[in-house]
Design a protein around this ligand. Sequence first.
Ligand code: KG4
Ligand code: ZN
Length: 336
Amino acid sequence: MENKPIKILAIETSCDETAAAVIGKSGGDIKILSNVVASQIELHKKYGGVFPEHASRAHVEKIIPVVSEALENIDPDIIAVTTGPGLIGSLLIGVNFAKTYAYAHKLPIIGINHWTGHIYSNWAKKPYPQFPALILIASGGHTGLVLMKSHKDIQPLGGTLDDAAGEAFDKVAKLLDLGYPGGPALSKAAEKGNPKAYNFPRSMLKRKDFDFSFSGLKTAVLYETKKIKKLTSKIKNDLAASFQQAVIDILVGKTIQAAYEFKPKSICLCGGVSANKELRGQLSSVVGKLPWRTSFHLPPMELTTDNATMIGLAAAYYLNKAATYDKISADPNLKL
Ligand code: KG4
Ligand code: ZN
């Protein structure tokens, strides 16, 4: 399996995107052959957040058309699927579809952790990150720093103690009534605001560990809004810009602290919040000023939020984990 050319069908349904992709691997050459994502944004808009029951029903409806579109006329050699973490009802659709496909076609299957998938969105294009690589995962369900010494050695350095960065974006966007999904809506409002208008707390930056906390920041924004009689568009834009800058300072500050401790050859950003242009730009410029040579890597925009390409890319490096369908199961609390 390691050397002959293979095609991996990857499936991702851990939250609110039904996604399938095909990755081709021939020796050391890895190519993205297709990438299909069916978004459920419209479905969850009216609830202002992901409604788990509706998410799993939509996965059931979308999984066959999405996989068919990704496969076109391709016969895959191996299946990869996100087994966790995520919403159990959502995960089960992808995992059981993948297991059934593997069983029917007598194909091996690889279970991939969703966070490992996000990490590998940085392996979508060359030049690839070099080891040791320091990776900041900032998504809706998790925020954490990871030290990757090799494909086999991925070590979490710390994680979020409460809300994840994306979750904080979503909650503050809701509070300011900026629209859904919150992250992109808030960053759009922030473009028109003054990031220095409000001085929100940059929690955890004085601590030496690599944990994150965003709930205090979210509460600080809430208290600030309570003091304001009328939330005009200008005030909302200023609150959004000031909040966004506080999140960026925390994410960038902790990443740089970890960089000084571990002296990585590469620094990578991934997860849904890596779609944030300000974060991409500010982290890139700070990494560029480090006093040793460190390359900086970002996933292509379309691979920042949930997709199956990242799951297939990860699987391409873990072919030795291929198993039979009966060895794979969904785990909503799977750890990195
Ligand atoms: O990685 P992802 O698609 O799902 C999880 O694994 O959680 O991340 C989704 C998160 C959401 O919280 C969303 O608001 C955030 O990523 N996000 C953004 C932006 N685009 C998506 N946050 C800030 N700025 C953005 N442009
Ligand atoms: Zn994700």
